[in-house]
Structures are given as C-alpha cells and as structure tokens.
Write a protein that binds this ligand. Structure first.
Ligand code: ZN
Length: 462
C-alpha cells in the first residue's frame, strides 16, 4: 500500500472522533432539500474543506423534475387550551412534517388528528416525514403522546415560508494526474438524524480533507447535495462530463453498529465492485454484498439506465433495516466514532486499491448483457425517461407523504418499488419476467407497474 494511505490509516481512530464531533455539531440544524439549514451545514463543513457552493433557482427544469420553492422554518408548536406547548419544534426538528406550509389556527382534536404522524410499532420515538411536492402541513409525535391527547382546543403554529429561492449544492474537487474521476456522493437534506445521513456527510468531509494532501493519479470529486432532487440536478447540469467518472460510491448509513455492506453497481462487475469486495474480504470482518436494486438512495439516479455509472453503495446497515431509521432514535448515541472510523478505513483502502490498479484494469463493459432472445407471451419495454428517475408524484404514481412505507389503503395501490424496478430495467434487454425474477416481486405486480407507466407515457412497448 502507498505509504501516504498508511499515514491516514494510522490516524483513523482520531479521525473517527473528529467525524463524530462534526456530526454532533451538525445534528441540531433543521435541514431539508432546500433552505438555510443546508447552507448553514455547508458553512460548518467549510471549516474543514473549501467547498464550491452553487445555488440553482426554484423553477429550474432538471430532467423530468423542477426545482421546488425554497422552504425555511423559524418555529412551530402545538399548545393546549391552558397555553402549554405540548409539541415544540425547538425540542426536535423532526416534530414538523418537513416542507410544511405555514399555519396559525385553532383546531379541535378531531380536526388536528389527520395532521399528526406517529409510529405505532415504536411508540416512544418521533418519526421523520416529508411532503416536498404536495402542499401540506403536519406534526410528527410519539405514538404514546398521540394516544394520550385529550379532547381540547389546540393552537397550531408553523412559522415557515415556502417561496421562490434556490436549491443548494456543493462540490469538492481534487485534481489528480488524470482527468478520470472517482466520485463520492452524500446527501445533505435530512434534518436531525445521524446514520441517515450525517454519517455520510462527515465521512465525505474527512475523506476529502485527508485525500487533498496526497499525490493522486485519479481526480476525486465529492458531492454534498440533497437526496434525489439534488443528485438529479447535478447530473442534469453536468451531463457532458459524467463520462469522466470511472468509479464511485454513494455514502450513507456508514456509522451504525452493523457489519459493512456493499450494494454493487448496476453493471455488477465493474472495477469498483471488484475492489470493494476485495477490501471487505481482506478486512477480516464479517460483511454483506448484494446485487444492485433500483430502490435505496442516490445510486438510483447514478445507475439509472441512461447513465449506468459504475457506482455502488458502501454502507453498514442499509436503510430501512435498522429500527432507528427515520426516527428520533437515529441520534448521536446510535452512531459511534468507532463505526465511522471503521467505515472510513474501508473507503481509504478502496481508494488506495483503485490508485494501485490505475491503468491496469481491463473493463468488460460490452459484455454487460447477454444477447436478447425473444420470449413468447412475455413483454419488453423501453424507458422513455432513462436519465434519472421520472417524477412519479406529479403523475399520481407515488404517495404524497414521503419517508414512509406506502400504506395499504382501501383501494388497490400500485407497488411503488415495482415501478422503480420496471423503470430501471426497461432498457430493451429485460423482459417483464426477467424483472420479476430480479426484483423478487410477483409478475402481476411488475405487469401492473408496467401498465401504469405505459399509461403515463413513461414506457414504450418494444
Ligand atoms: Zn432517509
């Protein structure tokens, strides 16, 4: 191993503590996909690395999406008739449905209840909920609090603004000998939660901080962008230069106590896939490796069929497989310095290996798909929006309150995940039966998804 990388690895336990400190500093800030919380967070990160920050105005079209209006919040609470604050945004920013429009009114319990979100399976925690693309307001509280609410008149205040503004993205770039790039991406939009995803933010910050002092063959780019909309924005604005990206990792959920896990790129056998698996194998720790699946985080966009970048996700426990996921329990106690340090050491080893392999690895890009054989009674489609995922919400194909598993309402609802599978694999190479097999969903779910996407003009039948 390159001795420069050894120098970083020796310092890893100390860097882990620094990562945890930065995470703790960023934790209280109320972030969202737009707004001052992200800007304030980036300013704090700038104490460690000098970011290049850009503001993309509301209304800008980015592929199938439009940058929404900017959301900011000053305060929010619910008071009972005695004037006691029973829910207070100042105690936890998760209490407010993220992107809530302003409200200042008095309501009965019956009128208030439809606006309250809780998690009956975990009655002590506050859930995290969002409503970015449908105007709504709400509060998130523990289920125990919800079931004990009395009939009363409640004063409900959300002091927020939703106005034209911009979406904030940041990059950090290290120029190496070659123009070929390695991309690391993390998302900056989640409010007070640590594993998802301040862990990824602090990992990218410290990886960049230590990498910038080394002599490197590859160039390295770090993205600090809001999940989904930020990544789609970045890809739409940098479409012409994505061909420089030779390897990449999406960093999230990198600080929980679980084993390291790797989700392969959509290519499945790219150099990054092989290198990460080798590093995990050599670590002596237990680990998991899974094939690409088109749900999850920003790898969905990087590995959409129109880009199909060699990017995987090196995480610990995948969301939503830890019970703290999207709740107030995903806090600075749950994520520990030693786990952050351990994941960082694996990232450093991956980079060291990529640098060693530079110029030696033979790509097998063209062998990606077997020749397609026509199948009787099976259907095959082409995704007409192959660059990033289309916005399903505006086509009424997606539930409105984000960050929850879609509920089974009275009427038949589409399998949301099946929609993403059909979109990602409708590349002219995969039949519906192939997609059913890859996804593990019943063929009927896949067919229903394909029919709905066809109706919305997102697919063409071949
Ligand atoms: Zn999340």
């Amino acid at each position: 191993m390159n001795s420069n990388f050894q120098d970083i690895l020796i310092k890893i336990p100390e860097i882990g503590k620094n990562m945890h400190e930065l995470m703790t500093e960023l934790f209280p800030i109320c972030r969202s996909i737009t707004g001052n919380g992200v800007r304030q967070s980036l300013k704090i990160i700038q104490n460690h690395i000098s970011l290049n920050v850009s503001e993309i105005p509301s209304g800008t079209e980015v592929f199938d999406w439009t940058i929404p209006r900017e959301w900011n919040i000053n305060d929010a609470y619910i008071k009972n008739s005695k004037g006691e604050k029973i829910v207070d945004f100042k105690n936890s920013n998760l209490h407010v449905l993220n992107y809530s429009i302003p409200i200042n009114t008095k309501l009965s319990l019956q009128e208030l209840l439809p606006h309250l979100h809780s998690l009956p399976e975990q009655p002590n925690v506050i859930p995290y909920r969002t409503s970015y693309y449908k105007e709504n307001w709400g509060f998130c509280i523990s289920h125990n609090q919800l079931i004990n609410l009395q009939d009363d008149e409640y004063e409900v205040v959300i002091d927020s603004t939703l106005e034209n503004g911009s979406l904030t993205c940041a990059e950090f770039f290290i120029r190496g000998e070659s123009e070929d790039e390695v991309l690391f991406s993390c998302y900056t939009c989640h409010p007070s939660m640590c594993n998802d995803n301040l862990s990824g933010v602090v990992l990218c910050t410290f990886l960049a901080k230590y990498l910038q002092n080394l002599k490197l063959k590859y160039s390295y780019r770090f993205l600090f962008v809001p999940e989904t909309i930020g990544t789609i924005t970045w890809l739409s604005q940098n479409e012409s230069s994505v061909k420089k990206i030779k390897h990449g990792l999406v960093a999230y959920c990198v600080g929980d106590p679980g084993n390291s896990s790797y989700k392969k790129s959509r290519k499945g056998n790219a150099e990054i896939d092989q290198v990460v698996v080798e590093v995990l194998k050599n670590s002596g720790d237990e680990y998991n490796v899974v094939d690409f699946f088109p749900t999850g985080s920003d790898e969905r966009q990087f590995c959409s069929p129109g880009f199909n970048l060699p990017m995987g996700a090196l995480v610990r426990t995948f969301a939503p497989d830890f019970s703290q996921y999207h709740t107030s329990a995903d806090n600075t106690e749950f994520v520990k310095a030693e786990y952050l340090a351990d994941t960082l050491s694996k990232y450093v080893k991956v980079i060291s290996k990529l640098e060693d392999n530079f110029g030696k690895f033979k790509s097998n890009d063209n062998e990606e798909f077997n020749k397609i054989v026509s199948k009787k009674n099976d259907r095959i489609f082409l995704n007409l929006n192959p660059k990033c995922e289309p916005q399903l919400g505006k086509r009424k194909l997606y539930h409105d309150v984000g960050s929850q598993i879609p509920s089974q309402g009275g009427q038949k609802i589409l399998n949301q995940f099946a929609l993403l599978w059909v979109l990602n694999y409708s590349d002219g190479f995969h039949y519906l039966s192939d997609i059913a097999k890859l996804s593990g969903y019943d063929l009927i779910d896949i067919e229903n998804a394909a029919n709905a996407l066809l109706e919305s003009n997102l697919l063409k039948e071949l």
